[in-house]
Write a protein that binds this ligand. Structure first.
Ligand code: 13P
Ligand code: SF4
Length: 304
């Protein structure tokens, strides 16, 4: 089917099913373009609650759809590609987390939203890259267990008086960005500001003019007087940057900064998901209720 026909059919089925399409900024450009809402992980969680559709087609990886299903149990949440999972989310397991909790009984668990529902259910509170520092600082505790991203944990540790006990996980897409990649790009584009996601290594973040969530990076580029930016995150963000500030120039920090999971969702499987009402995200009620408590606590934290 041609792209125009695919889009037409998706729009028709969206109406028929009373569905909305939510997409993360790392999705393919054509997928972002058919979405009703494109956002970072925090905004997508909030939007899932706000929408009053019967069906949410979640163009992203598994944990994102799961968060929507946890927060909005009355809606049917569909993932166009069931194999689109986040390798970082898979790096933390419930048994290992329980052992760490036993070692540090007074430390609440802060879990990045890039985790399974089962991990969220074992956590006191969740966070995203947009609110991690505020979430940790909101806690009445001296020690905090932070899972699964060690880079985000180090970023938070530098901005809090609390002791952060990190998990040894990382995002393969962000972790493979090296200091040398940034230095090379800075030499090639000396006028450009370097903006980076906190999932990058600490030595990469040290070189950044701004560190922020994906949405924060877009806001920074839009509002900055600078005209050129080196982008230290998954390169799908460049589509959102070009939409927000098309007159500016963006360079991806590394040609390898691409998340294979996020690219698995395409127009064909979005259409198929609406046609066949697949793949429905399910979370057992016991896990969902406990995971929701952790997400609700996060959503109650005020951020700047
Ligand atoms: P944010 O959208 O919260 O910045 O997260 C980035 C990410 O890696 C999602 O998978
Ligand atoms: Fe997971 Fe990294 Fe891909 Fe985000 S970019 S989905 S954290 S692997």
């Amino acid at each position: 089917m041609h792209q125009a026909d695919l889009i037409k059919r998706i729009q028709e089925l969206k109406l028929k099913r009373n569905a909305v399409i939510l997409s993360h900024y790392y999705s393919r450009p054509e997928v972002q373009d058919i979405a009703d809402f494109v956002g970072d992980s925090l905004a997508l969680s909030q939007e899932a609650v706000r929408q009053d559709a019967d069906v949410i087609v979640f163009c992203g990886v598994h944990f994102m759809g799961e968060s929507a299903a946890i927060l909005s149990p009355k809606k049917t949440v569909l993932l166009p590609e069931i194999d689109a999972t986040c390798p970082m989310a898979d790096m933390v397991d419930v048994e290992g987390l329980k052992r760490l909790k036993e070692k540090h009984p007074d430390a609440p668990v802060v879990s990045y939203v890039n985790t399974s529902a089962a991990i969220k259910a074992e956590s006191y509170i969740c966070c995203t890259s947009a609110n991690a520092v505020e979430v940790v600082n909101s806690l009445d505790a001296e020690e905090v267990i932070f899972v699964p991203d060690k880079n985000l944990a180090a970023y938070v540790a530098a901005r809090t008086d609390k002791t952060i006990i990190p998990w040894e996980g990382h995002c393969p897409t962000h972790h493979q960005v090296l200091r040398e990649d940034v230095l090379k790009m800075k030499e090639k584009h000396p006028q450009a500001k370097f903006i980076a996601h906190p999932e990058c290594r600490p030595e990469v973040l040290k070189l950044a003019d701004n560190v922020a969530s994906t949405r924060g990076m877009i806001m920074y580029a839009k509002n900055s007087p600078a005209q050129e930016f080196i982008i230290g995150t998954e390169c799908g963000l460049i589509h959102g940057l070009l939409k927000a500030a098309p007159e500016k120039t963006y360079y991806c920090v590394s040609e390898f900064a691409c998340c294979p999971s996020m690219k698995m969702v395409n127009l064909e499987n979005v259409l198929e998901s609406l046609e066949k009402m697949q793949h429905v995200v399910t979370v057992s009620e016991d896990v969902r209720v406990r995971a929701k408590e952790a997400l609700d606590r996060m959503l109650a934290v005020k951020i700047k």
